[in-house]
Write a protein that binds this ligand. Structure first.
Ligand code: BGC
Length: 273
């Protein structure tokens, strides 16, 4: 099994309270790493293995276990999933293999590991936790909405450090169409739209959300946020919008936070330090 990132300089001390381990399950890669929970930085490199196809629960769990073993990590860990997860059980599978529906992902992941506890949470919720504490939201208070733009649209709502889990703003109807079918970055690609054209659709989605919950700040993430300077200034909604800053580590960091701090859909305890 080969890691596609640079080789891991795996630190051997993993029992420290302020370290965690997160795995981010994406459509093309399954990425994991050890996280310094004081700073939100990765300790050593991350490891990325290709997402198996088809990405069934068993196949993904085997790959997650392979990532974890690259580090010799034996403590509790967090794993993201790109859909609704309640008490470890998958409830939606919009852009992933439908065999996930109803699966107790926590149990499946744990059965492939060596007895450590796994916390499973939505991918955008994980990114939101990380961005709010260590990234674009770190000096902000109030209601923060993080949106990830990719194949679909993911969302996280955080109020003064506390996550409201499993919001699914990518699936609200905006002008007769699901938000993610209107404004995901995959739609921009498929239609060959310019940033100008695409941001018209993103603006509609942001306006629908801000009219419903009046956030203080939007953080926009996903691969396309790397080019945020090309499109964030074109948005016409009223709430300030900033780009995510943690880039491709946000999911890993948020998953590690959730595992150590006990943040699950049923037990939300994230607070500012
Ligand atoms: C899912 C969300 C997920 C997002 C990004 C959406 O289709 O419903 O739960 O966060 O995609 O992966």
């Amino acid at each position: 099994m080969t890691a596609t990132d640079s080789p891991v300089a795996a630190p051997t001390t993993n029992g420290s309270q302020r370290r965690g381990f997160g795995v981010d399950v994406g459509g093309s890669g399954i990425k994991g790493g050890i996280v310094d929970l004081e700073t939100g930085a990765l300790i050593g490199e991350r490891v990325k293995l290709p997402t198996p196809q088809p990405a069934t629960p068993e196949a993904v769990a085997r790959t997650v276990a392979a990532v974890v073993r690259e580090f010799g990590w034996t403590e509790p860990l967090g794993v993201t999933y790109p859909g609704v997860v309640v008490d470890g059980v998958v409830r939606t599978a919009a852009n992933v293999d439908k065999s996930w529906l109803g699966v107790n992902a926590k149990e499946v992941f744990e059965s492939h590991l060596d007895g450590q506890q796994v916390t499973v949470l939505n991918d955008a919720d994980a990114a939101g936790l990380a961005e709010e504490r260590f990234g674009a939201g770190r000096d902000r208070t109030g209601v923060i909405v993080l949106l990830t733009f990719g194949t679909g649209i993911g969302s996280a709502v955080i109020h003064n450090g506390v996550l409201l889990p499993n919001t699914e703003f990518g699936h609200i109807e905006v002008g007769g169409k699901e938000a993610e079918h209107r404004a995901a970055s995959s739609v921009k690609e498929k239609k060959g739209w310019s940033y100008q054209r695409w941001t018209e659709e993103v603006t509609k989605v942001l306006v629908a959300i801000e009219n419903a919950i009046w956030p203080d700040l939007f953080i926009v993430g996903g691969g396309i946020s790397r080019k945020a300077d090309k499109w964030v200034p074109l948005l016409k909604n009223r709430t300030p919008v900033v780009a995510a800053t943690l880039r491709n580590t946000a999911g890993i960091v948020g998953a590690a936070m959730a595992a150590v701090e006990g943040i699950t859909a049923a037990n939300v305890t994230a607070t500012h330090q």
